[in-house]
Write a protein that binds this ligand. Structure first.
Ligand SMILES: Nc1ncnc2c1ncn2[C@@H]1O[C@H](COP(=O)(O)OP(=O)(O)OP(=O)(O)O)[C@@H](O)[C@H]1O
Length: 601
């Protein structure tokens, strides 16, 4: 069951911000020219943004003087081209250019960020196919998924918005303060005094805010976790009459989320406006002083409005610095996690001088093979056996005995720690993985069908197969009749995890998939009680036909089906403790004989 204590979060502070930032920008090498244009736009945007209020002060004062002259002389008001008209046009152009530079850099930066994310996503996708299965044993699918989705989205968002704010912040702050200082030292000091107070309050509230946000995130993650758990386990919950209990657990989680959200919302909607009110108070105080000076003729209207513009400009970087730094850190932490993933050890590359093996005869040998999922815990020790071409090898053992592990090694999903596995006398490590796996066909109980048509699913191993070949494979697997009863026959699309097919039907489709590939060696996981007796018989028949003329490894769950096996491998604790045919093993009166007589005596 989901537990609140087990809900963990990805760290939002990068371990090595410098190295990560350098590597991230290293990925932007091929976009250098765009970045240079972005940088030029940002510099021009900041410079114009800083200069425009100063220039507007002159224009407004000039305009005001012209209006006053008209009022006092009674002359008709008009704007002469030189210099007022020209100045107004220049101001208008400055506003236009500021906006052009801003939007052009935003457009370019969005394309830079999205290209970068596309490159990283491609690298991740490539990496996923190069990682050994061992990697997936130790990493939850959700974590890997978040590298591809939310982590990269965070990087993109910060590159597009946060970075611009951070880059313009210093220029804007210094420029705005310089002009404020130039206009009035006293007004600037008043502004600074209020800013220091509001920053201190913000800092105190921000800490509380972060704690509340973390509580809310934890409550949300817990609720999502149990909702997912209860949704997938809905039939078991009903079967054990646990509906009421699960409703109560969900209700408690919803209540906790509500309480946490209430606190966060209170801070966001009540306390934050209070802080904003502090800054408005500073504006009111400055306005009072400025108007007083204006009436005394010590300050012009143009200057007052310019001062206010600079005040707003300076306030933004000051109040948003911590937010910007936080989001930059979070983006770097996300990029770091992505790079950690990209740096994960890959599976051992194929040999540089592979021996080609188009179609094996089917002799498979394990020679003193040792293996452990972790180096400190060796599961298999010195396992040896040989399967001659066309032989049926049954693998028997209780749960956890090592049957699947044996198959995993055969397919080279994991590397052996000692000994070797050969096919037709060639070490599997001397083949490319592609050639090796090309010679195997697998039918497992845990079938995997993808969102496509039935025909596409059958042709997964041979996408070039004709419809006739696909139908022939389906007939051999005894699933052709069923497919034809589907609404669109072979073109019926399987979606929602092929939920409209039964376990047995899904297994028959995967048998057809193997028939189509026609590999010399097959691996079969016998159907268990999850299918009805008639389907089980159908699957049994299809499997029998699939085995004929091929070397086959059958993970057997019923001893009754393996009496005809050429070799039975009886496994226990990862090792083969007995092997031989049915008669030999009964005569040996060992573990197999004991199990057999316990089932059939
Ligand atoms: N990916 C893995 N990482 C670590 N240990 C594993 C892994 N897969 C299996 N094991 C361990 O290896 C042992 C053999 O497991 P295996 O899956 O091969 O058994 P099995 O005979 O196929 O069992 P079952 O019939 O229940 O499928 C078990 O102790 C199991 O816990």
């Amino acid at each position: 069951m989901s537990d609140k204590r087990t809900v963990t979060f990805d760290k939002e502070i990068p371990e090595n911000a410098g190295i990560t930032a350098k590597r991230l920008f290293g990925q932007l090498k091929n976009q250098r020219s765009r970045l240079i244009i972005v940088a030029i736009c940002i510099v021009l945007y900041t410079a114009l943004n800083i200069f425009t209020p100063y220039y507007s002060a002159g224009v407004i004062d000039h305009l005001l003087t012209a209006i006053r002259n008209c009022v006092s002389t009674g002359a008709k008001f008009s704007i002469e081209w030189n210099p007022l008209g020209m100045k107004m046009l220049a101001l208008f152009l400055m506003y236009i250019l500021t906006s052009v530079f801003y939007h052009f850099q935003a457009y370019l930066m969005a394309s830079v960020a999205e290209r970068l994310i596309l490159t990283l996503r491609k690298q991740i996708s490539h990496k996923l196919n190069k990682l050994p299965l061992r990697f997936f044993d130790g990493n939850k699918p959700g974590e890997i998924l978040s590298r591809v989705t939310s982590d990269l989205d965070k990087v993109s968002e910060t590159l597009q918005t946060g970075l611009l704010k951070l880059l313009t912040a210093i220029g804007t702050l210094v420029g705005a303060m310089a002009f404020m200082f130039y206009y009035s030292v006293l007004l600037m000091l008043v502004f600074l005094a209020f800013t220091v107070v509001s920053l201190s309050v913000t800092k105190a509230v921000a800490k509380k805010n972060l704690e509340c946000a973390a509580d809310r995130q934890r409550a949300l993650a817990y609720l999502t976790g149990i909702a997912e758990e209860y949704y997938t386990g809905r039939d078991v919950i009903r079967a054990y009459n646990h509906e009421q209990e699960s409703i109560e657990t969900v209700n408690t989680a919803v209540d906790e989320l509500r309480a946490a959200t209430k606190k966060t919302d209170f801070l966001t909607n009540c306390v934050n406006p209070l802080i904003r009110m502090l800054s408005r108070l500073s504006q009111a105080a400055i306005m009072l002083l400025a108007c007083h000076w204006m009436l005394q003729g010590r300050m012009s209207l143009g200057v007052v409005q310019a001062f206010f513009q600079y005040m707003n400009m300076a306030a933004e970087p000051l109040t948003e610095t911590s937010y910007m730094i936080n989001s930059l850190q979070a983006a770097l932490a996300s990029a770091e996690r992505t790079f950690h993933f990209l740096d994960a050890a890959e599976e051992i590359p194929d040999t540089s001088t592979p021996i080609p093996l188009e179609k094996a005869k089917g002799k498979v040998s394990f020679e003193n093979v040792s293996f452990g999922y972790t180096p400190d815990k060796i599961l298999m020790k010195n396992i040896s056996f040989t399967a001659k071409p066309g032989q049926k090898i049954a693998v028997v053992g209780s749960t956890g005995a090592g049957k699947t592990t044996l198959i995993n090694l055969l397919m080279r999903f994991y590397e052996v720690n000692g000994g070797q596995i050969t096919i037709d006398g060639i070490r599997t490590t001397d083949l490319t993985r592609q050639d090796l796996r090309h010679n195997f066909g697998m039918v497992l109980q845990d079938t995997w069908l993808f969102g496509g048509t039935i025909a596409e699913n059958i042709a997964y191993g041979r996408p070039d197969a004709t419809m006739e070949e696909i139908k022939a494979a389906a007939k051999a697997a005894k699933v052709d009749y069923f497919i034809r009863t589907m609404p669109q026959g072979y073109n019926t699309v399987l979606d929602n995890d092929a939920a409209n097919l039964s376990v047995g039907q899904r297994q028959l489709i995967t048998i057809a998939r193997v028939f189509l590939c026609n590999p010399p060696v097959i691996i079969l996981d016998e159907a268990t009680s999850s299918v009805d007796t008639r389907t089980e018989a159908e699957i049994g028949k299809a499997m029998k036909q699939l085995m004929s003329g091929r070397t086959s490894f059958v993970i057997a769950h019923r001893l009754s089906t393996i009496r005809d096996a050429d070799n039975i491998l009886f496994m226990e604790n990862g090792n083969i403790i007995e092997q031989g045919n049915h008669k030999e093993l009964l005569a040996a009166k060992g573990a197999y004989a004991a199990l057999y007589y316990s089932q059939f005596a």
